[in-house]
Design a protein. Structure first.
Length: 370
């Protein structure tokens, strides 16, 4: 099997070719290499639940949200509400970290408690569908950056391999042409898309508890719109909603974009990587700091999160140390960069993938790939 190639000048991991039919089939489940790393992690108790940590995070998020509500009520009908709208967008994204961790069963031993946290923070606070998201996100974790099996790639307008261009039509082809810039512009609509998807999935009863989820989302809409249009003039109310949704959408997108975009893209029915390589080679870490850890909710430790999705946020920094050491021992590339460098890599990758579109070389590239 051909080994992964990492470009030293761009940091972009190229797509591996599919494994020749003559090679042995891949091992099932977690690989032996991962088993050894897992043993080291468990020995330090890093997979233990940390309920006190999460109660603290929930309390902090509640305080941040309460401060936003207080400012909203005190300011009244004024354009100074727009900074409050931005604040509420940040609060919503911080709440999303809670339903993310609840969905991974990383918060509490009691599954019912975690599920309640998930529904409250997804449906009631953010207008998202918790049931849809858990299913969607679990499929992403199983096959990160796989063109056919990772739903996070399939649902984007941007392309991550030139073969995806054929499925784009109309305005989407224009977006692909300039996707290194427009990808980030379109993040302003990410929160709108999340709400729209929730309504669609619940309406079509593609979630386990459509009545519960629909009721919570309807309650959120009634409370949110009722408050905004009661305390603000119509124009200010619309501006408030637009700012909050744009800020929250960009926040969501800026958190998730550097995690996998520009890392190894996988294709084909047969798996060429074992579990450890599959998660490490397709993920990018952002160098940690107190501020980065807070803003990313621990998702800047994307490699460790993918290897140990049920790990509490507070244990990810130590897991990073163990994982880096282990990857160095095994000769597995471990990719971690600074904040700005991560987005430069994403933009460079998107620009490179869409280059054949701008140069009129799509068919030529497809023939070469075949």
């Amino acid at each position: 099997m051909q080994s992964p190639h990492v470009s030293s000048d761009s940091g972009v991991v190229r797509r591996l070719p599919t494994r020749p039919p003559s090679e042995a089939p891949p091992r099932a489940g977690a690989s032996a290499t991962f088993a050894e790393l897992l043993k080291r992690v468990k020995a330090e108790g890093l997979l233990d639940f940390a309920p006190r940590y999460y109660f603290g995070r929930l309390a902090l998020n509640a305080l941040l949200l309460a401060a936003g509500f207080a400012a909203f009520l005190l300011l009244g009908d004024t354009w100074w509400q727009l900074p409050v709208a931005a604040w509420m967008g940040v609060c919503g994204a911080q709440g999303a970290f809670m339903f993310h961790d609840a969905g991974h069963k990383a918060m509490f031993r009691n599954k019912k408690t975690a599920t309640v946290v998930g529904y409250l923070h997804a449906n009631l606070l953010n207008g998202a569908s918790y049931g849809w998201w858990v299913n969607h996100h679990n499929r992403h974790h199983s096959n990160p950056n796989h063109l056919d099996m990772d739903p996070d790639i399939a649902r984007r307008t941007a392309i991550f391999d030139i073969k995806q261009y054929a499925t784009r039509r109309g305005i989407k082809r224009f977006i692909v042409r300039y996707q290194s810039v427009l990808f980030f512009v379109l993040l302003t609509l990410e929160f709108v898309k999340m709400n729209k998807t929730a309504v669609k999935e619940i309406t079509h009863r593609r979630v386990k508890h459509p009545l519960l989820e629909g009721t919570l989302i309807a309650a959120r809409a009634a409370i949110y719109l009722g408050l905004v249009f009661t305390f603000l003039s119509p124009l200010t109310a619309v501006a408030f909603i637009a700012v909050q949704y744009a800020v929250q959408g960009v926040y969501f997108g800026m958190i998730f974009a550097p995690n996998h975009k520009g890392m190894q893209v996988r294709d084909g029915e047969e798996e060429t990587l074992d579990w450890l390589e599959r998660q490490v080679l397709t993920s990018r870490n952002i160098r940690p700091s107190l501020l980065t850890d807070f803003l990313y909710g621990g998702l800047n430790y994307q490699i460790e999160h993918h290897l140990f999705p049920s790990m509490a946020q507070k244990n990810l920094p130590r897991a990073r140390v163990l994982t880096r050491q282990y990857c160095a021992e095994r000769g597995i590339p471990y990719h971690e960069v600074g904040f700005w460098a991560s987005y430069r890599e994403v933009a460079s990758f998107l620009h490179e993938v869409s280059a054949p579109v701008r140069k009129g070389e799509v068919q030529q590239r497809l023939q070469q790939a075949a």
